[in-house]
Design a protein around this ligand. Structure first.
Ligand code: SF4
Length: 435
């Protein structure tokens, strides 16, 4: 969501005549988009903000702005802590910096923020279809920062996707904190399946993904849409967070593991070849060894393709922070995370090995150290080598010859396998939702 919002703000600044610079030291305006979903993320923002003090000293006319989830309804404490920052903007509320940037250029800022469609989007791009969350899971800060659920108009979204196609986009990922609840708040209620159907009919769109689902809200209608619509990819992220019903109660997650496992069965029996990913939190308040074992048992039973694991960290202001004890020692949390990762590594490898010997259609998203990198419909990261053709932004069939736990290696039909040791050097960005 932050990436999508940064792209939109960047588009607004481009339209006002601003240019990106590589180094913040050369910038007239520095804007930091923040995530505080976990302590580690917040620490990174804090450290970057501290390092920008020097920039402000050297360039007193430079403007520094902070946006995103670090900014809550009251900013006095942040202002006191970071006096070199001029603008504090809550998620989605970045009009003030656009107005300032326009005034600085002697222009006025007329842009409707919803219409700031990226001018030069990546071939695979994000489209926020709704904002906020009404759920208030006890560990989560998002509802306090992003506010209540608000869906965007379906026709506006279709129009935006058409614009993106004109600008070279082949794949869209529809984003919401609970994406399956799209449209329930609209005057004429719609749902995610309706939106998927409309976007599927746009000429030029090749692939559609959506993120992040909630076990309670993923309906059979949505699952059927994934199965029946040609362009909707067979890949679903469906967080379960903990494999133990008592922990789920404490987290205020409105399902139990029996419902969750039934949902997984429904998805797998409806959508051929679907790949599944999930999110797990370890070391939540009061999590015992046995409760944690239940999480491991779910991982072994379901055998997800990918698991995003977080160590629970106390987020001030959340229900857990106010009413529960963060009583699992940090060392135990870290050991639990390592156990999840060890078990999942073997499962992911096994799942990926199922692709060896098959041909996968890849949308190529970047070139890195002489290798092309793209993803399959099932969201498998694939690398291949070809020095003769520029594959960036193109769809290509790749023969899969080798599997690791994070990615697949292959070659164009008739070519040799890429060097799998070189592939280990490639950074993999782990994208995780938290619904
Ligand atoms: S974890 Fe997801 S569903 Fe729960 S409050 Fe946070 S954003 Fe909402």
């Amino acid at each position: 969501m932050n990436v999508a919002e940064s792209e939109r703000l960047s588009t607004g600044l481009d339209q006002l005549g601003y240019e990106k610079v590589k180094d913040a030291d050369d910038a007239d305006i520095v804007i930091l988009n923040s995530c505080v979903v976990r302590q580690g993320a917040e620490d990174k923002v804090t450290s970057r903000l501290d390092s920008l003090k020097g920039h402000k000293r050297k360039n007193p006319d430079a403007t520094i702005a902070l946006m995103g989830c670090m900014v809550g309804p009251r900013t006095e404490a942040l202002q006191e802590r970071f006096p070199h920052v001029e603008f504090f903007m809550r998620p989605q509320e970045f009009r003030s910096i656009l107005e300032f940037a326009a005034e600085r250029q002697g222009l006025s800022c007329e842009s409707d923020l919803a219409l700031l469609v990226p001018e030069a989007p990546r071939v695979s791009t994000f489209v926020p279809i709704m904002q906020g969350c009404d759920e208030f899971c006890t560990f989560c800060i998002v509802p306090y920062r992003r506010g209540r659920e608000k869906s965007r108009d379906l026709h506006e979204l279709v129009h935006e996707c058409e614009n993106l196609v004109e600008r070279g986009v082949l794949e869209v990922t529809l984003l919401g904190q609970i994406v399956d609840r799209y449209g329930t708040d609209l005057e004429l209620p719609k749902d995610l399946a309706d939106l998927l159907t409309e976007v599927d009919s746009i000429p030029g769109i090749e692939r559609i993904r959506f993120l992040t689902s909630h076990p309670r809200d993923m309906s059979q209608k949505i699952i059927d849409a994934v199965a029946s619509l040609d362009k909707v990819c067979e890949n679903i992220n469906i967080p379960f967070q903990s494999g133990n019903d008592q922990v789920l109660d404490r987290m205020r997650r409105p399902y139990n593991m029996a419902n969750y496992l039934k949902l997984i069965d429904d998805i797998r029996s409806t959508v051929d070849g679907v790949s599944l990913s999930t999110d797990v939190i370890v070391g939540f308040c009061g999590e015992t060894d046995q409760e944690f074992e239940d999480t491991l048992n779910i991982l072994k039973e379901v055998e997800f393709d990918v698991v995003h694991t977080s160590v629970y960290s106390n987020r001030p202001g959340t229900i857990a922070s106010r009413k529960m004890n963060d009583d699992v020692p940090l060392e135990t949390k870290i050991l639990r995370k390592q156990r999840v990762e060890e078990i999942q590594k073997a499962i992911s490898l096994k799942r990926n090995q199922e692709y060896v010997g098959r041909s996968l259609e890849i949308l190529v998203e970047r070139e890195i150290r002489g290798k092309w990198e793209g993803r399959s419909r099932t969201n498998k990261l694939v690398h291949f080598e070809d020095r003769h053709t520029n594959w960036l932004g193109k769809m290509v069939d790749v023969d899969i010859l080798d599997a690791g736990n994070w990615s697949l290696g292959g070659s164009l039909p008739g070519k040799d396998l890429i060097d799998s040791t070189a592939r280990k050097e490639i950074n993999v960005t782990n994208v995780s939702g938290i619904s």
